[in-house]
Design a protein around this ligand. Structure first.
Ligand SMILES: *Cc1c(COP(=O)(O)O)cnc(C)c1O
Length: 227
């Protein structure tokens, strides 16, 4: 049987090769996406040295964060859609939220982030391929949403996130990722703390990395297929 530690090692080297192939040298973070997977697998990855984990379903996510509280240096990222009535749980339990796509949600997260915690790191989710099954704002919405987030004391704007349409057309996908990159570069120019472009998953990470992603979110490749 292949262990989680071995799968992590392969994921790290896959990302490293992707980077070498396009001669990019900026740091790339791997977010291990553990949604639907048991605590034990997260603990295995932690013991193998991994620290950044992503979850998508509020209730499951909060239970896991609470159950693993003794691992104090885990960095938890919320990456799934958030209904407004669940925002408090996310604001109280996570250090990053990658799925902010509307002002109302940003306002609630800002109000609900406890004052004794560091400001919540925020990525704006962009639905770059206009996929009707996915959340995310349009590129045209990014500037005003970024300005709003930047004005919130308990939020720290760090960049952008996207999930692209699952298509075998790599050229089209690359084009979407490049549009994200261009928007990210503009944002970075305006807000010096912006440093994170989260794009690329198990199926498309090479394409995303070649377009300049700074964070890839890997689920299947590390934890195996989900039910
Ligand atoms: C599930 C999920 C992933 C991981 O997808 P894999 O294809 O399993 O690597 C990445 N990002 C988001 C937002 C997800 O919901």
């Amino acid at each position: 049987m292949v262990t989680i530690a071995e799968r992590l090692t392969s994921a790290y080297s896959r990302v490293e090769i992707a980077q070498q192939n396009c001669q990019l040298k900026h740091p790339l973070t791997i977010l291990a996406v553990s949604k639907t997977k048991p605590l034990e697998m997260i603990e295995n990855a932690y013991q193998a040295g991994h620290r950044q984990f992503g979850e998508s379903y509020v209730q499951e996510a909060v239970e896991k964060v609470q159950a693993l509280k003794h691992y104090r240096d885990i960095e938890w990222h919320f990456i799934g859609p958030i209904q407004s009535n669940k925002s408090r749980l996310v604001a109280e339990n996570f250090s990053w939220v990658q799925s902010v796509d509307r002002e109302k949600l940003a306002r609630r997260l800002n109000e609900q982030r406890p004052n004794n915690l560091m400001p919540l790191n925020i990525l704006i989710q962009v639905n770059i391929s206009h996929d009707e099954n996915k959340s995310g704002c349009t590129l045209a919405d990014v500037d005003s949403l970024a300005a709003f987030i930047d004005s919130c004391r308990q939020l720290n704007l760090r960049g952008l996130m996207t999930i692209t349409e699952n298509t075998p057309d790599k050229a089209k996908q690359f084009e979407y990722f490049q549009q994200m990159r261009a928007c990210f570069d503009r944002l970075k120019h305006q807000y010096p703390q912006v440093d994170t472009l989260s794009m690329g998953m198990s199926g498309d990470l090479e394409t995303a990395v070649s377009a300049g992603s700074t964070m890839v979110r890997i689920g299947t490749d590390i934890f195996g297929k989900r039910q």
